[in-house]
Ligand binder design. Sequence first.
Ligand code: FAD
Length: 375
Amino acid sequence: MLDTIRIEGRGPVALALRLLLGREGLPPDAIQADPVDSALPDWLGSRSLALSLGSLHTLARIIPQCAPAALLDQPGIAAPITVVDITRAGASGGTRIEAHRLKLPMLGAVIRYATLHRLLLESVEQVHRPAGNPADQPRSAPTGETLTVIADGDTGDSTSIRIREFGQMALLAEVEVERDRPGWAFERFTSEGPLALLPLPEPRRRALVWCAPNERCHERATADEHRFSESLQQTFGPLLGRLTLCSARHVSAVTRRIGPLTREPGCVAIGNAAQALHPVAGQGLNLGLRDAAVLARQLGDAGSHSLSLAQILAGFEQRRHADRELLVAGTDLLASLTRPELLKPAHAAALQLIDLCTPLRHQIARGLMFGLRSH
Ligand SMILES: Cc1cc2nc3c(=O)[nH]c(=O)nc-3n(C[C@H](O)[C@H](O)[C@H](O)COP(=O)(O)OP(=O)(O)OC[C@H]3O[C@@H](n4cnc5c(N)ncnc54)[C@H](O)[C@@H]3O)c2cc1C
């Protein structure tokens, strides 16, 4: 019988799992977790995360402020996305996904990593306040099986990891725009890599994720601020008026790494410890939150079905397989479509096909928002 769940990691997926296990009825003293520091390094805390509507629904179960209706009431936490505008820089052909056409209040929302981390941490502290943090409490020796959940954001170096290099890095920053389109998320495919300008909670402020070959990315990260803003303006175009850099710039690797979900008996990996994706579609954390939600549900159900740990983990792997593989393949495809030799005309044709075919567009949108649901 499963006695203890030990969660390794202190990022959003580890914290979300801890809270979701509570929602599934697991007692706090069955969960052991790493102590979490509220201070985050700036390169991580300032990262902007586009969360899908499915992720907002999952988070709303453990952080009420993340419910879509609450976000509309309290715009300071995250910026709702109502339109995703996908185009090719300097060329025709593109597509647009609009929440109102799908009869949804929003497609998702953009939240800073630090804000999400703080909200999760506050929730964990609230849930565990009466009895204290079980991780800090002496506990009688476990009598049954122990499950170790690795959620530390690191796939490790085992030979079974599937690695793909894109020859790109991502430059992350925030910019001020002269005239905004609230709720619009822009994704431009350039010959160097994808460039995204995402809405942020503050008016006329946007998160920039600009992928390009490594050397070009480093050049941009150290360029004079004025030259940087001009080069961004030239690439993005005049749609939002003048664009001005207004934050520090960070450079992040964009290697795709897919590791095994179960590493050894009694041990499972979730979130970035299981898979790290190219940021082109902003799906890494969405996938990680689905890992956490499915694992929590699986563990919640295990008691009533008297399942062994091996059965629980086999069930988890089976339920995550299709969603994970499909998203990895889709993200890889999007990332490789920016290669110059593929950009024309295949990319234009693909975007036009998606644009012309409304059911396909809506299917892709739903896949990105909710994943392949198996629960
Ligand atoms: C450029 C870029 C843009 C991205 N954009 C999106 C997006 O728009 N949407 C999306 O869904 N995903 C996005 N992702 C992916 C997303 O960031 C990851 O999938 C997500 O953070 C994984 O969470 P995790 O908890 O599994 O691991 P991580 O976030 O990697 O957290 C675990 C690790 O973070 C560090 N850490 C956490 N807390 C602390 C702390 N208190 N002190 C010190 N270190 C700490 C530690 O190294 C820890 O092991 C993006 C990734 C990148 C690189």
